[in-house]
Ligand binder design. Structure first.
Ligand SMILES: Cc1cc2nc3c(=O)[nH]c(=O)nc-3n(C[C@H](O)[C@H](O)[C@H](O)COP(=O)(O)OP(=O)(O)OC[C@H]3O[C@@H](n4cnc5c(N)ncnc54)[C@H](O)[C@@H]3O)c2cc1C
Length: 430
């Protein structure tokens, strides 16, 4: 590629100030949140409209330059940063910040891909609604990124994942064509569900530019947030049977100690416990009389502080997995046998059978421990990715969770929509 030619064409399409080449200015787009994945972008381009995204995709197509779509760069599987060969363009969605008025009658809203989750939540609240997807990276993660990864988060148990909120998508496909289906039709059986297909496609099938989302009615009252101290994970499972349960998160003593140290928060309960369960319910949860518990909205800080507290200890290998709920105790019992002496923190969305295994110690490119953990998860009948996606981190193990026939079908979809492999090559499909 003639870099001067690419730069000139991109500058004509989006304005020179939105084509970044200076190594200092592109640095934050080149390394992921965990610092485990780092690459070298050919350039970073920030289109300001769907038409500009289409123009960028066409230019890159003509010059054979692969594109890595990037939202808030909070993804945890390396899918939003370029590879290290210096040949890929980062397409940042940060200027796609359309925020339409809330459609009050339909309880829906159309938002640009670059709007952050936090902005969307505030926008919905101001109109008397809420948006059901929430996660600790809310002020940086974008709507486009959460749709592209089908993010889960804290309330999947009550409201489903991102896919369950998506009613329509606007996206630029690899040939520069635009699909736009933002009417928000609740009933629409007219063939393949392209919005559903693009949701969770991790930037490999199209660049999402806007989304039509379902909103929820506001909660009648503030929910109860209860933190319970327990002797082990087995004791947590029966406590999930609560009416009006909207979140059920677990932590262990090691993670709790780390969060307390990193944040300066006081210990949440008078005694230490092997396992902590945080329950959020619309009504008062039913608890056994002999458990130690505290009730306070602010207890969320102990759970939400985990990811950042772990990052203060080094570059973690993050393995976001799920198993059938009944297998969680067995999985946690078997984990020490495969991670060995490495410093390990486990926590997660217990109600969804979702465990975040965080291991510190192995070099970023040493994935032997990852291999052992993911095989253990598969042996317990689980999924190698619960909510973060496959990215570049887990392509090698996709076959543990998807059959050869499914992978072949996914490859055919990719080949049909992006025959030249322009969009996020190396991500998702091995
Ligand atoms: C502290 C913390 C807590 C987190 N908690 C959760 C959690 O509870 N649940 C959860 O699911 N995740 C969680 N995450 C992970 C992360 O926030 C989500 O994966 C989020 O969806 C990523 O959004 P993003 O805008 O940062 O996307 P990026 O990191 O920029 O990109 C992620 C992927 O999506 C693609 N992509 C981004 N935007 C677009 C677009 N417009 N069109 C096409 N492809 C696109 C990228 O190419 C990449 O493959 C957490 C992360 C952090 C740092």
């Amino acid at each position: 590629v003639s870099e001067a030619c690419l730069e000139h064409q991109l500058a004509t399409a989006v304005g020179a100030e939105h084509v970044l080449l200076d190594p200092d200015r592109v640095a934050s787009y080149a390394t992921d949140w965990t610092r485990r994945w780092t690459g070298r972008p050919l350039a970073v381009v920030r289109p300001g409209s769907t038409a500009e995204v289409a123009a960028v995709v066409e230019i890159c197509g003509a010059l054979d330059v692969p594109i890595v779509p990037q939202g808030g760069n909070t993804g945890l599987v390396g899918g939003g940063v370029p590879r290290s060969d210096g040949g890929q363009l980062v397409l940042s969605t940060s200027r796609l910040t359309r925020l339409d008025p809330v459609d009050v009658a339909a309880a829906q809203v159309t938002v640009g891909a670059g709007v952050t989750l936090g902005e969307l939540q505030r926008h919905a609240r101001a109109a008397g609604f809420s948006y059901s997807i929430d996660l600790a990276a809310r002020d940086t993660a974008t709507v486009g990124g959460t749709v592209a990864t089908n993010a889960g988060g804290l309330h999947v148990i009550a409201a489903g994942d991102t896919r369950a909120q998506v009613l329509g998508i606007e996206a630029v496909l690899a040939d520069g064509s635009v699909i736009s289906r933002l009417a928000g039709l609740v009933k629409d059986n007219t063939g393949y569900d392209l919005a559903g297909l693009l949701t969770g496609s991790e930037g490999t099938l199209g660049v999402i530019t806007a989304v039509r989302l379902r909103l929820a009615p506001p909660a009648a009252q503030s929910p109860y947030v209860v933190l319970v101290g327990l002797p082990g994970i087995e004791a947590a499972l029966p406590l999930l049977r609560q009416s009006g349960l909207t979140a059920a998160e677990f932590m262990t003593d090691a993670g709790m100690r780390l969060v307390v140290e990193a944040t300066g928060l006081p210990r949440p309960l008078p005694h230490d416990h092997a396992v902590y369960l945080l329950l959020e319910c619309t009504g008062e949860p039913m608890l056994p009389e002999d458990v130690e518990a505290a009730v306070d909205q602010r207890l969320w800080a102990y759970r939400e502080g985990h990811t950042e507290a772990i990052a203060t200890r080094g570059v973690p290998h993050k393995l976001d997995v799920s198993v059938p709920l009944a297998r969680i105790p067995a999985l946690l019992a078997d984990l020490p046998g495969v991670v060995g002496e490495y410093e390990t923190y486990v926590f997660g969305h217990l109600g969804d059978g979702n465990v975040h295994v965080n291991v510190l110690g192995p070099a970023p490119d040493d994935d032997r421990m990852d291999d052992a953990v993911l095989r253990l998860v598969a042996a317990h009948g689980g999924s190698i990715s619960a909510e973060h996606g496959i990215g570049v981190a887990k392509t090698r193990w996709l076959e543990l969770s998807r059959s050869p026939t499914e992978i072949a079908a996914m490859r055919r979809i990719k080949a049909a929509l992006d025959p030249r492999g322009l969009l996020n090559p190396g991500v998702l499909l091995p």
